[in-house]
Design a protein around this ligand. Structure first.
Ligand SMILES: [Zn+2]
Length: 320
C-alpha cells in the first residue's frame, strides 16, 4: 500500500492522514494534515498545498472544499492535498513562523538539522520529490494585502519549467509572472520543486477575507489543471492572449502608519505613479510609495488603512 505520511492511497477512495514534521516545545508532534483523493483510474499525482504563509487561508479553505466536492469516480490519478503546511504560522495567523521568524517560502531547500522551518522545508521537498508529478502552491496577499488573480512559474530552459508554463496557461488566469533571476525570490519552494524536475505552478488570488469569488477562482484553477492533465473530463480554458511578466518589484513600507492605497490591483502603472501613501495618527502623510518603472502591473497592494510596520511588504509590481 502506498502512503503519503500516514494517509493511504486507495483507488477510488478519499483518505486522510498526516505528515509528522518535528515537535513543538511541549514535545507534541506537528502533524501536517494530508488529504488524498485517489481516482478510479491511474494517472498523475498532483500535490496541492496551501498555508506556506500562515495568514493566506483562502487556499486552505478552497483545498478543503475542492477535496469534499471532488468525485473520485470521474478522477484519473491522485489529488494529494495539504491545506496547511506551516502549522505554527497558521496558528499565529502570520506570514512568517513564530517559532524561528522564518519566511518558509524563502528558505527552501531547507535543512534537516536546522530550525523548525528549515526542517519543514526539507521534509516537504523530500515528500514532494518522492510522490508528486505536478505541484500547485496556493497563495494570496495574506491578511494585510490583496492580490489580483494570476499564476506564477519559474523560467528556465528545462522540461519541467516549460511544462509549468504550459500548465499555467491552462488554469484560467490571463496573467502569468514567469519569474526570471534569483534576487527577489531566492529560496521559494516551487523553484526548488521545478529544479528537481517536477512542474509547479503558484496560484495567487485575493487576501483578507475569503470571498466566494476567491474560493471559486482557486477551485476552478485546480479543476482546470486537472482537465489539462486529462485527470478530469472537460476542456481546460486557453486564453487568446497572456500578459507575461518577468521582473518583480517588492515594495516595503519605510514608515509605520496607516496605508492609503491610490489604485486597484490589476492596474497598469508608469514610473512615478502613486501606489499609495502612509499616514500617521495625526493624519499627516509621512510617505508616498511610487512605481519605479513604466508599464508595471500592480499585482498586490495593501488594504485601505492597514496598519504597517516599517519594512513590511505593502505592494508588488511586475514588468515584462
Ligand atoms: Zn504566500
Amino acid at each position: 500500500m502506498k502512503t503519503i505520511g500516514t494517509a493511504e492511497v486507495i483507488r477510488g477512495e478519499k483518505t486522510k492522514g498526516y505528515l509528522q514534521v518535528g515537535t513543538d516545545t511541549d514535545g507534541s508532534p506537528f502533524q501536517v494534515p494530508v488529504l488524498i483523493a485517489a481516482g478510479e483510474n491511474d494517472g498523475p499525482t498532483v500535490w496541492v498545498q496551501g498555508g506556506i504563509h500562515g495568514d493566506e487561508y483562502g487556499g486552505t479553505a478552497s483545498i478543503i472544499r475542492f477535496f469534499q466536492e471532488l468525485d473520485t469516480s470521474q478522477l484519473r490519478g491522485n489529488f494529494v492535498a495539504l491545506p496547511v503546511v506551516n502549522l505554527p504560522s497558521f496558528k499565529a495567523r502570520y506570514r512568517t513562523s513564530p517559532v524561528d521568524g522564518a519566511n518558509l517560502n524563502r528558505i527552501f531547500p531547507g535543512d534537516p538539522k536546522g530550525t523548525y522551518s528549515q526542517r519543514l522545508a526539507h521534509a516537504l521537498l523530500e515528500s514532494v520529490k518522492e510522490n508528486a508529478d505536478y505541484v500547485l502552491d496556493l497563495h494570496s496577499g495574506g491578511i494585510g494585502l490583496h492580490v489580483d488573480y494570476f499564476m506564477i512559474c519559474r523560467y528556465a530552459e528545462t522540461e519541467a519549467s516549460k511544462k509549468s508554463m504550459w500548465l499555467a496557461e491552462r488554469m484560467g488566469a490571463e496573467v502569468i509572472w514567469r519569474v526570471e533571476g534569483e534576487s527577489a525570490t531566492s529560496g521559494v519552494g516551487t523553484d526548488h520543486i521545478t529544479k528537481s524536475g517536477i512542474p509547479a505552478v503558484t496560484i495567487e488570488v485575493g487576501g483578507g477575507n475569503v470571498s466566494e469569488n476567491h474560493e471559486r477562482l482557486y477551485k476552478e484553477s485546480i479543476e482546470n489543471a486537472f482537465k489539462a492533465l486529462d485527470m478530469l473530463p472537460g476542456e481546460a480554458p486557453v486564453q487568446k492572449e497572456y500578459a507575461v511578466y518577468k521582473e518583480g518589484d517588492f515594495i516595503f513600507a519605510g514608515q509605520g502608519g496607516l496605508f492609503v492605497p491610490a489604485c486597484k490591483v490589476g492596474s497598469i502603472l508608469n514610473k512615478g505613479d502613486l501606489i499609495g501613501s502612509i499616514i500617521n495618527l495625526y493624519g499627516e502623510v509621512t510617505e508616498e510609495l511610487r512605481c519605479s518603472s513604466d508599464n508595471a502591473y500592480l499585482a498586490a497592494t495593501g488594504h485601505r488603512y492597514w496598519p504597517l510596520h516599517p519594512g513590511q511588504l505593502v505592494a508588488e509590481t511586475y514588468t515584462a
